[in-house]
Design a protein. Structure first.
Length: 402
């Protein structure tokens, strides 16, 4: 069923898709915040000088369409308004020989323009070319990237294989009879499925009550979850082993000395066995040892509604989201020290968070702005991975935890 048009507040800009609202202050800032890019459209931002195209591309007049410079004046119209073709192609071609371009020259409506071979970009003088570092562009390689003069190569860390596209890495199946699986928790049970969506026949779903948090320790093949009871005393941390992913065995309860009744999310430190919990009612993050008898509050200042948590024990870092008074994505040490804001702008309701431990990237979902974005561990290189209705529908599955 199509979604009804959304009514935006006076302080918001209504995107052309009629279902997305953004802050008016985000219009014409050079970044596409609407899924359809209408906040940066030429009719909205007639004075915008933002660079819309990649090196060696031409921006069709009055649009966000980019075409390779090599396709200008080739007799085939690529721009809707035909600005890539026309009389200027013939009339100005002779001027190219006098411009002194290092690689290539093509006539444009603004006069002859230099451009470079693939993997190079034009320097400030508008004539000479320099290597373009493809490794600086998010997604060039899925793991390791080495820039070379005029090219680049991708590689993978140990335990992964480079795929035929020479960019992507895929984990080795070791042993081969243990393909990767998803553990999914909901209000009734915890079940396992293959990445294709097919249920793992060897694992019978274990019965649970409403599960608000879950994590898996690969080192000892153990899954732990918060089993929500009718009261704080009945809410418990339960764990079960999954040897060889053949089923749930040795289910047991770990008695945590602090209340888990308001825990929103949890994470397991696979190096120490410690449990990290996010409490979004008491606004704190606390940690307990593997036995649960010793717990300490890690953070409780300037937390207004913490939501998600992810750990990188090898780097000694905790990453978390907070959607309260000041929405943000933050990082701190495993002991709560050296707290650092990674993202605190263009963020409203940061929800789930996860890490790419190999590339040291932080991914989070915003349940209000309907996007999934990424930054590195220093908060740099922010990119939108996906935005729009699909994210909204995914985040509506509030009872399912992956």
């Amino acid at each position: 069923m199509p979604l009804a048009p959304k009514t935006c507040s006076p302080k918001q800009f209504a995107c052309r898709d009629q279902i997305t609202c953004i802050s008016k202050g985000w219009r014409c800032d050079g970044e596409r915040d609407c899924p359809d890019g209408s906040d940066e459209a030429p009719e909205i931002c007639p004075q915008s000088k933002a660079q819309r195209c990649q090196p060696n591309e031409h921006n069709c007049l009055g649009t966000e369409v980019c075409v390779p410079m090599s396709r200008l004046c080739n007799g085939v119209q690529d721009c809707v308004d035909g600005s890539d073709e026309g009389p200027h192609c013939r009339e100005l071609r002779g001027n190219c020989s006098r411009l002194g371009c290092q690689h290539h020259c093509v006539p444009t409506l603004d006069g002859p323009t230099c451009y470079c071979n693939s993997s190079f970009q034009l320097q400030a003088d508008g004539k000479t070319c320099k290597d373009f570092d493809e490794c600086s562009v998010y997604g060039t390689c899925s793991q390791l990237c080495t820039n070379t003069d005029g090219s680049f190569t991708c590689g993978c860390v140990e335990g992964y294989l480079l795929q035929p596209d020479n960019r992507s890495c895929k984990a080795k199946n070791e042993p081969v009879d243990r393909p990767p699986v998803l553990l999914i928790a909901n209000s009734q049970n915890i079940l396992a499925t293959y990445l294709s969506g097919a249920q793992v026949s060897t694992i019978t779903p274990t019965s649970t009550r409403q599960t608000t948090a879950m994590d898996f320790s690969y080192a000892n093949e153990t899954v732990c979850w918060v089993h929500v009871g009718d009261s704080a005393a009945q809410t418990q941390l339960k764990c079960a082993r999954m040897p060889g992913l053949k089923g749930f065995v040795d289910e047991h309860t770990i008695n945590i000395s602090l209340s888990l009744h308001h825990v929103e999310q949890m994470a397991i430190d696979w190096l120490t066995g410690n449990f990290y919990f996010v409490d979004d009612i008491d606004d704190r993050i606390f940690v307990c040892n593997r036995n649960g008898d010793t717990c300490v509050t890690l953070l409780d200042l300037e937390l207004y509604n913490p939501k998600g948590i992810a750990l990188d024990p090898a780097m000694g870092k905790v990453f978390f989201t907070d959607y309260g008074q000041i929405p943000k994505v933050e990082r701190c040490d495993m002991d709560g020290q050296n707290r650092t804001k990674l993202v605190d702008s263009k963020i409203v309701f940061p929800h789930g968070i996860t890490l790419d431990l190999v590339s040291r990237l932080v991914y989070w979902a915003d349940a209000y702005l309907d996007y999934i974005e990424v930054v590195d561990y220093e908060g740099k290189g922010r990119q939108t991975i996906i935005q729009g209705i699909l994210v909204r529908e995914l985040l509506r599955c509030r009872g399912t935890i992956l």
